[in-house]
Design a protein around this ligand. Structure first.
Ligand SMILES: [Zn+2]
Ligand SMILES: [Zn+2]
Length: 287
């Protein structure tokens, strides 16, 4: 199998795009796909200062590198959640990444708030982790004058999340599944998902061909995501399913209007009197 662009030995045959590519041509092809999504859906603007959330996994590593290569002004944020040795190993990876791709890295530690994810009861761990990440990311971005937060969510992430919620009869989330979410309050920083049309495999191939450092370890607390497995299976049978699905979500109309309040403790945006993060601090913090 030869590379369609340069005739060298191909390392990947991308059936969905009907193209085989070599190690050198694949990264350029991947970057052109991301560039096209950003332009077509207005995901980012060239004058925006972007904060990229990085976990050390292939998707966020691919995101930081592709935005850098496309000429965006970015910095990275790593949130150390204090999950045993796992958080430390991921931090080492993102520190190495920062050097490799020459992008500044900011690190926040949940332990500075008097607790870590290891203090939270097992059945509440994943929701506490999500709350802490969203809260700290938004606050850090705002206080440091970033215009937008970019995350490495893939088409499989968005599709599996959507299907899970449809099955659960929960439709209030539709607005959250778009490639760019504008702010509904001055305290909220807009969010961008430049990789929303990408597959995990495409991100993986990008970090491998560029030999970027990344972690293959998954969070020790994460349950097996059955919905993800189902989505992989549908994609195996119907190539392009995920992309079509996430593109379709863009046209979904807003269903519920959020009732904005401010937390009585910290002043961040919430839907009740005290925000979910302050509830965590109140319950677990030793400070
Ligand atoms: Zn080539
Ligand atoms: Zn609060």
């Amino acid at each position: 199998m030869k590379c369609k662009k340069c005739n060298s030995r191909a390392i990947a045959n991308l059936k969905q795009y009907k193209i085989a590519l070599c190690e050198k041509c694949y990264p350029k092809f991947y970057e052109s796909l991301v560039k096209r999504s950003i332009k077509k859906y207005g995901i980012l603007r060239k004058d925006e200062r972007i904060l990229t959330a990085v976990s050390g996994g292939k998707d966020s590593v691919a995101l930081a590198k592709v935005l850098k290569n496309l000429g965006y002004e970015i910095e990275m944020l790593y949130i150390d959640l204090g999950i045993r040795e796992y958080s430390k190993r991921c931090k080492n990876v993102v520190e190495e990444l920062s050097e490799t791709i020459d992008v500044d890295l900011n690190v926040l530690k949940l332990s500075d708030f008097g607790f870590t994810i290891d203090d939270v009861e097992m059945r509440k761990v994943c929701s506490a982790c999500g709350t802490a990440k969203r809260y700290l990311m938004n606050k850090f971005a705002r206080e440091n004058k970033f215009d937008i937060i970019a995350t490495g969510h893939t088409s499989e992430d968005l599709t599996s999340f959507a299907i899970k919620n449809i099955v659960g009869g929960n439709f209030g989330w539709i607005e959250k599944l778009k490639p760019r979410i504008e702010s509904f309050d001055e305290k909220i920083i807009p969010k961008a998902r430049p990789l929303f049309e990408r597959k995990e495999k495409e991100n993986m191939l990008y970090v491998l061909t560029l030999k970027l450092p990344f972690s293959t370890e998954s969070c020790p607390n994460a349950p097996i995501n059955d919905w993800k497995e189902i989505v992989y299976e549908i994609e195996r049978r119907k190539i392009g399913f995920n992309q079509n699905f996430v593109r379709g979500l863009i046209n979904a109309k807003k269903l519920a209007k959020l009732d904005v309040k401010y937390c009585k403790i910290c002043g961040e945006v919430t839907t009740s009197d005290m925000c979910a993060f302050c509830k965590l601090v109140k319950r677990y913090s030793k400070n």
